[in-house]
Ligand binder design. Structure first.
Ligand code: NAD
Length: 418
């Protein structure tokens, strides 16, 4: 479906948020096609019953683990990567053998309508349905009993999902967001660190769960880092980021005014950007941002990058530790001791050294949060595992009876000795 309709999907998402075609093809279409193909190839391996190695006396029991579909599952997706975040869990659910209802986001209406139109042409509607709608429709869906719910979105709505799931003790996968910090070790190559941070921030105009949200920079190096960001920004967007078609726009007027309000209330100093035109907002860098600033209140989910000065790497680690566990922690450092200090001193869904966003290109590592950034894991086998469970099984043939005699009553001294 995705291969045959790639141009139509790209067009739909361009209409929803002006997502550049290059970003759509590389981060969504190619990823989904590749992951569908890999899932098909790996299906036999993933679903094969595993015969377990046990002590010799238990071998005749044939202990086996079967991978079993959980049943009928609900997938609720957000708007920002509308294809990846609706179809990646869908692929895993199909691979696991589940029936599924997918509820794409009403905030990406063109993509959602196209998916609803195409899916019945490719999939059996008795097993797989796309349901369109917003809060009222999702609320209705949540009243039903599901065997698993996979929700990707914000942590406020995640609490509504978890509450609805609790009624039937339904297991959940909650793929959430939060503020992903970047820690900068000044001994690193600041130009590369700035370029890679800016690139990650510019993807989908910062509307990414794994976008670098803010940067913790040793105070004396703040200006050098900002100068390097400015330099990269003028290379990426020679006519300015407002005019560029290499960057998405903000998805909706509500998100636009939320971002402009955060910017209006900041007590930091805007050193790059700050302007807006229609639903577009310039790449904006704000310096000397303090912990209680408007820009630190919530996940930014837009092209604004606050720089928070700190006194040392340990200060930066403490700053991260005092806040909810992020989905991703980024750190630019080539120093093995600093890497160990960050690895052992923090918790986050993923930990990425010396780049941003590229963890999504590695099919073999899972995406998922910890604590406030969610629970459960995605990508290929990890997604398959979310929608299936391990059913342990043994089979005791009658020939094992002589070895089992001791367990039967009446209990005697003889039983006890044997
Ligand atoms: P959104 O507004 O599209 O909402 C997500 C889904 O929740 C939609 O399908 C929507 O219909 C449904 N929904 C909204 N309100 C609801 C309610 N009251 N009751 C039931 N369902 C409701 O998307 P969003 O939440 O703005 O998405 C952005 C958030 O998602 C960010 O926090 C981002 O970090 C996070 N995110 C996480 C991942 C991940 O993989 N961890 C990926 C992308 C986005």
């Amino acid at each position: 479906m995705v291969q045959e309709n790639a141009p139509a999907f790209a067009e739909a998402v361009a209409n929803d948020m002006s997502k550049p075609k290059l970003e759509m093809y590389s981060a969504e279409i190619a990823a989904i096609v590749q992951r569908s193909l890999i899932s098909t190839e790996k299906l036999e391996e993933w679903t094969k019953p595993t015969v377990i190695d046990v002590p010799d006396w238990q071998k005749p029991w044939s202990p086996t683990i079967y991978k079993v579909a959980k049943g009928v599952v609900l997938i609720i997706a957000p708007w920002n990567y509308p294809m990846t975040l609706s179809l990646q869990p869908f692929i895993g659910a199909i691979a696991a053998g589940c029936c599924a209802v997918v509820k794409p986001s009403e905030i990406a209406p063109n993509y959602s309508a196209l998916l609803a139109e195409l899916a019945p042409k490719y999939l059996d509607s008795n097993a797989f349905r796309i349901v369109l709608g917003g809060v009222p429709e999702t609320t209705k869906l949540l009243e039903l009993q599901w065997d698993h719910i996979c929700y990707t979105g914000n942590s406020r709505v995640a609490r509504i999902i978890a509450t609805a799931a609790a009624k039937y003790l339904t297991p959940t996968t909650l793929e959430l967001g939060g503020k992903c910090p970047v820690i900068l070790d000044p001994a690193t190559d600041i130009a590369i660190a700035a370029k890679r941070t800016l690139w990650g921030k510019a993807q989908n105009c910062g509307q990414v769960c794994v976008a670098p949200d803010y940067v913790l920079v040793p105070r004396v190096h703040q200006d050098a880092f900002i100068a390097a960001i400015k330099e990269s920004c003028s290379q990426f967007f020679p006519d300015g980021s407002l005019a560029s078609d290499s960057i998405s726009r903000i998805v909706s007027p509500e998100h636009h005014s939320r971002l402009m309000d955060l910017l209006k209330r900041t007590k930091g100093e805007v050193v790059l950007g700050g302007k807006s035109q229609g639903l577009r907002i310039e790449i904006t860098v704000v310096k000397n941002v303090l912990a209680d600033d408007s820009l630190m209140e919530e996940e930014i989910f837009g092209p604004i990058l606050p720089i928070v000065p700190v006194d040392s790497i340990q200060d930066a680690i403490n700053f991260v530790r005092e806040r909810p566990h992020p989905l991703v922690l980024y750190a630019f450092t080539e120093n093995p001791q600093v890497k160990t200090q960050i690895l052992n001193g923090t918790l986050s869904g993923s930990l990425v050294f010396n780049d941003t966003y590229m963890q999504l290109a590695v099919n073999e590592i899972p995406l998922g949060g910890v604590g406030e950034s969610g629970h459960g894991r995605q990508v290929l086998k990890y997604t398959f595992d979310e929608f299936s469970y391990e059913r342990g099984s043994i089979d005791l043939p009658k020939e094992t009876e002589p070895f089992l005699g001791m367990r039967y009553a009446p209990y005697t001294e003889e039983n006890f000795k044997s």
